[in-house]
Design a protein around this ligand. Structure first.
Ligand SMILES: Nc1nc2c(c(=O)[nH]1)N=C([C@H](O)[C@H](O)COP(=O)(O)OP(=O)(O)OP(=O)(O)O)CN2
Ligand SMILES: [Zn+2]
Length: 149
């Protein structure tokens, strides 16, 4: 059977402030600039979720996108939409950068599906900022081992 990758797009609006208690007020301002504004700001985030698998001989599909939607809605969209990311427990000890957000979304989704199924998460934060993550090198090696035996 042939394999293919399906990418589905999701959206949520959220506020955040780039700030970390591990730095001084001055260093926060220096590093994060306008994004350290205490009043915060928001983004209309777009999330791309890519899953890979065999093309089912009966449905001719890799995935039932409605089932994928239900997982992403439950674990990601409902959690972050119209929320302040800085108030999320996962961001109590890390900054709400796109890098940390895309890793968090990967970690929220990777255990919701069989090993090797989730291949990439992408996050658009602004017209100029895009972040993506495809798992750690160790995870990728382990999944290649599963895929190719
Ligand atoms: N490496 C990173 N740099 C920045 C991040 C990030 O997550 N990782 N995030 C920001 C801020 O979130 C900022 O709000 C977005 O930055 P920027 O591209 O400057 O976009 P604007 O706020 O200027 O939005 P536009 O409407 O596109 O002008 C900054 N850096
Ligand atoms: Zn921002």
């Amino acid at each position: 059977m042939s394999q293919a990758t399906v990418t589905r797009r999701y959206r949520f609006c959220a506020a955040h402030r780039l700030h970390t208690d591990q730095l001084s007020v001055e260093d926060n301002r220096t590093i994060f600039g306008k994004c350290n504004n205490p009043n915060g700001h928001g983004h209309n985030y777009v999330v791309f979720v890519s899953v890979r698998g065999e093309i089912d001989p009966r449905s001719h599909q890799v995935v039932d996108v409605l089932k994928l939607d239900a997982v992403v809605e439950r674990t990601v969209v409902r959690r972050f939409d119209h929320q302040d990311l800085n108030q999320d427990p996962e961001f109590a000890s890390q900054t709400t950068t796109g890098e940390n957000l895309v890793l968090l979304i990967w970690n929220l989704l990777v255990n919701e599906m069989p090993a090797g199924r989730l291949v990439k998460v992408g996050v658009i934060e602004t017209r100029d900022n895009y972040f993506e993550y495809s798992g750690s090198a160790a995870q990728t090696r382990a999944e290649d081992g599963v895929r190719h035996g």
